[in-house]
Ligand binder design. Sequence first.
Ligand SMILES: Cc1ncc(COP(=O)(O)O)c(C=O)c1O
Ligand SMILES: N[C@@H](CCOP(=O)(O)O)C(=O)O
Length: 468
Amino acid sequence: MQYVSTRGRAPALSFSGAVLAGLARDGGLYVPERWPTLSAGEIAALAGLPYSEVAFRVIEPFVGDDIPQDALRRMIDGAYAGFHHPAVTPLVQIGPNHFLLELFHGATIAFKDVAMQLLARLMDHVLAEKGERATIVGATSGDTGSAAIEAFRGRENTDIFILFPHGRVSDVQRRQMTTVADANVHAIALEGTFDDCQAQVKAMFNHLAFRDRVHLSGVNSINWGRIVAQVVYYFVAATALGAPHRKVSFTVPTGNFGDIFAGHVARQMGLPIRTLVIATNVNDILVRTLETGRYETRGVSATMSPSMDIQVSSNFERLLFEATGRDADAVTAMMGSLSQSGAFDVPAGALAEIRAGFAAGRADEAETAAAIGRMLREADYLLDPHTATGVVVAERHLAGTAPMVTLATAHPAKFPDAVSAASGRHPTLPERLGDIFARDERQSVLANDRGRIEDFILGRTRAASLGA
Ligand SMILES: Cc1ncc(COP(=O)(O)O)c(C=O)c1O
Ligand SMILES: N[C@@H](CCOP(=O)(O)O)C(=O)O
């Protein structure tokens, strides 16, 4: 399987190449040259299998002969052995036709662990095969960073630098990043927003001399390795609810559009998904885009679901590529307009295509808080604020016979202040994180300046000497 860039001007790469590259050299995102499909029989056979077996069957067609099958199996088994629930991503019913897919049973109690645990193993494998080291950079609004640090800490072949918006993540999220003592881990509090962090990461990728010198690689959902691992749980949930014999809908709390794009991939592979519902907080650029056809950035507002306080939603580029019939020139023009003027218009045909497969809705702060309180009273279930936005929006789309699965993307204890204010109940941190407030913190506060960030990385990465 080869991977092509959404901007059409970077060389096609193998699976390993796309995973190591992160962002394509033309600024685009890698997607497979075609979608592998599973037949209805193959999908039906997934029901009830262990999570890691489903993962192998879903991921293997994207890898092909690039990684030996036994090595891929070992990495998948290792990635999910450490989860704290036997089902890895269990389903919980919260209403007559409404289910939560709990994605927070990994080490850092957010959905990012599901993909990051595998991505770290894939990268380690590929780097070891090549005898290389890499410098990993990532931008986080709180959850990607902690999951990435946990997955890459202490690994010999990688140094990891995570940029998070100074003062805009929860205390638990920050401490998950700043209390890790391993020498290859660097937590950078950037003076800016998440969008600034993400823009700096992309700028470093587009600074080719720096990129090559430090063997830059990325762990955000711009990396195809993240998306492919997230496709798996759509199959797990849908087959548990009767797919392929009946359709299932999903509501996805959305920011960077990686998680819901994974749902789109599952559908392209043959999983009968009725609707993919995009749920946002008041940072609702995607909802406005579906309503008006114009993608237009505005100032970002701080909310009780900070991981979704995002304006530039990276993976939407992958959907635009799909919806324009893989027209790389059209995508390049839209992304050019976005970086120049902060906006672009989605062509009418592409917009119709997107609207056919996706719905979208926003939940404001009051609605989100009310949902947290109500779910505790009615279902004795404590939602985290991101999941709560999903529940609010999902409830508007429950009509019909297809079961609705809302992705529960984080554990409420990651956001204790917001959750206790909304519900009156203080969520308890799982025991494995119990000492997080007793550990020493280590972070570097940096200005929002690419030169300063690159100097910081050059002074600390072990990959630079190899690439110099
Ligand atoms: C808890 C939580 N929910 C939802 C999201 C949004 O996911 P995505 O960026 O894949 O759209 C994020 C951040 O990515 C998150 O950390
Ligand atoms: N909400 C995310 C933002 C980055 O998303 P990613 O999926 O592209 O890594 C976070 O928690 O950091």
